[in-house]
Design a protein around this ligand. Sequence first.
Ligand SMILES: Cc1cc2nc3c(=O)[nH]c(=O)nc-3n(C[C@H](O)[C@H](O)[C@H](O)COP(=O)(O)OP(=O)(O)OC[C@H]3O[C@@H](n4cnc5c(N)ncnc54)[C@H](O)[C@@H]3O)c2cc1C
Length: 430
Amino acid sequence: MGGLACALALAKKGFTSIDVFETASNLGFVGAGIQLAPNMARILDRLGVWADIEREAVDLKDTSIRNGDQDNELGHVDLLYIRETYGYPHMVGHRSSLAGSLYEGCKREKSIKFHFSTAASEVESWSPKPTIKVHPREGSPYSVQADIILASDGLKSGVRDQMLKLLKIDAQVIDTNQAAYRIMLKREDMQHDPELLELIDSDRVTRWIGEKRHIIAYPVSSKQIYNLSTVQPDKNFAEAPSATYTTKGSKPEMLKVFSDFCPKIQRMLDLVPDGEVCEWKLRVHSPLPTWVHGSVALVGDACHPTLPHLAQGAAQAIEDAAVLAVVLDKCPDTKPESINKALKVYQELRKERAETLVELAAASGRALHLGDGAAKAERDKQFAALKEKKGAVPDKWADADVQKKIYGHDCAMVAEEQFDELFANTKAQL
Ligand SMILES: Cc1cc2nc3c(=O)[nH]c(=O)nc-3n(C[C@H](O)[C@H](O)[C@H](O)COP(=O)(O)OP(=O)(O)OC[C@H]3O[C@@H](n4cnc5c(N)ncnc54)[C@H](O)[C@@H]3O)c2cc1C
């Protein structure tokens, strides 16, 4: 997401030579849904790719937070006010629609060249002309020299690891001890069950919560698919640390994890075909002291991976791209010192915000996953107060104050306004 958005945002600013290197042979669409928050939609609209995504996305009217075991509603939040307040709706869609529209947008730009099946590896120079070795799957490795390298190589970022090693910074990937099943159910499989049909026909995100677990679900792809994403204690990956982040899960194991959830959920989980249970390991990274070295910058999950509980990971990678395009466009010249300063302005504009949201996502997960006790009783009082439209929502993405902070922030506009002052006050470090 970060790489595609960077390429497109830079092309729209008139950059003429943008090369995208991707290990995979194609975009290899993950079968999963994604929340499309207004702060993401605003950027995608300016990049000219939102209309295609919006066409098949589902416009949310509300969200319901429920106890997993009894299916009783703990909290209900109206989301219709969002479009009017922030200029864009809060929608949910298919990942392939988001990535595919960004990719189509990139393909319309002559300045962007894609190199699929090509893995980047060693950073051979960070400045003045950053250089990276790339390995085409077929063919010999070669070095690519650029003016700027943006590493949006995800949670397992090799560029980040090299940067940290070079700067002698001890920061690690952190195991969250949480894993997620990602499930997509077809309308035709749900339509004979009135309760399930009601879910796929709704314009609602439903979250069912229990101790150390939850399921979040919503319709995508013009309501032809019902997307479920779970979170549960990580047992399977714990036995095979760090090698893989996704695995084929076992259906009986998945059913066991949610065996005390209500019959409606059992029926949905039972619709997942055997052999199609996909489990993801959820990992984050300790905060980094820097995202920039020389003329190289980290983007997205490479520098601020997050738990999914706030639904902002891709949105924040796309915000990174929007801000990078502004600061690099405003950079007064192409001297390495100026590029380094502009990249540091990007970091200044982005780091605190992204890291705050990472923290908030973790805190939201802790509140949602509470087991019996005083803290849970207090949380449930907060849910009860919502019925009188009072107080904060413990499920943070649905809280109006949190939404104001996240959706009300126009990162590109702030970058435009603050660039000159921040650039003047930044020292280059080469
Ligand atoms: C269960 C779950 C639910 C989520 N829900 C949401 C949501 O609702 N809303 C939201 O905004 N976010 C959500 N996210 C977060 C979101 O998926 C990520 O934050 C986002 O994909 C990060 O984008 P990225 O571009 O930084 O990294 P990635 O999407 O991981 O992309 C990295 C890319 O780099 C490539 N790559 C890696 N190494 C190399 C290399 N050496 N050379 C070349 N290419 C390389 C990879 O193949 C990949 O294509 C969710 C995440 C999870 C796990």
